[in-house]
Design a protein. Structure first.
Length: 205
């Protein structure tokens, strides 16, 4: 497992990454997004981190690998596979060929469901998570808050799309949270510190 530390509890989570790629990189284009989401045994979703910049599509494979290594172990990386996005996915797959465990699932990709308006798709899939208070974000993540409050008339919906793909295959772990004291007794010599994250800051412990 990866773990989130929330107050005095250690919460085992599965980590998923969703990637939303823009075809172009101009001052007015969509953003390139990498969304890192964790899910616990109660199906709470935590936005651990995200990348949101306007850079050329073919610079994204390096960023995807960077985030995958930072938050390893990742259960699955989901990326849309159309047009330029498919080419970037293929580039990322080739770059990770020596260690396929880093980017599980990216070799398959996902196509948007046909016949469904994008705004309806986002509202249907993410609305129930938000409305049931199962989504947790940090206070400094103002961009995604703005996107959700302005939906369906927001200027950009790239973070919501990244969250949609991060959650696409998400399944909760069976293990529930334990106290820090229990965790320390249980994990001596068994869990690498690189798998522990402070929920408040998102940094490694």
């Amino acid at each position: 497992f990866a773990y989130l530390r929330i107050d005095d509890d250690m919460v085992p989570v599965h980590i998923y990454m969703g990637v939303d790629l823009a075809a172009t990189a101009t001052k007015t284009s969509d953003y390139q997004v990498i969304m890192v989401m964790a899910i616990d045994s109660n199906k709470n979703r935590y936005i651990v981190d995200y990348y949101r910049e306007r850079i050329p599509t073919f610079d994204m494979p390096e960023q995807i690998l960077k985030y995958a290594r930072k938050y390893y172990p990742v259960k699955r990386v989901t990326i849309e596979t159309v047009a330029a996005q498919e080419m970037a996915r293929d580039m990322t797959s080739r770059m990770a060929a020596d260690d396929k465990r880093i980017l599980p699932g990216i070799f398959k990709g996902v196509k948007p469901p046909p016949g469904i308006n994008k705004k309806d798709r986002l509202e249907t899939s993410l609305g129930q998570i938000v409305n049931t208070k199962k989504l947790y974000i940090r206070k400094n993540m103002t961009e995604i808050v703005d996107e959700m409050f302005e939906h369906p008339f927001q200027r950009n919906d790239d973070l919501m799309d990244g969250l949609y793909y991060a959650d696409y295959f998400a399944h909760p772990p069976k293990s529930a949270k334990i106290s820090m004291e229990q965790f320390e007794k249980k994990s001596v010599g068994a869990v690498s510190k690189s798998k522990l994250y402070n929920w408040v800051t998102g940094s490694r412990i």
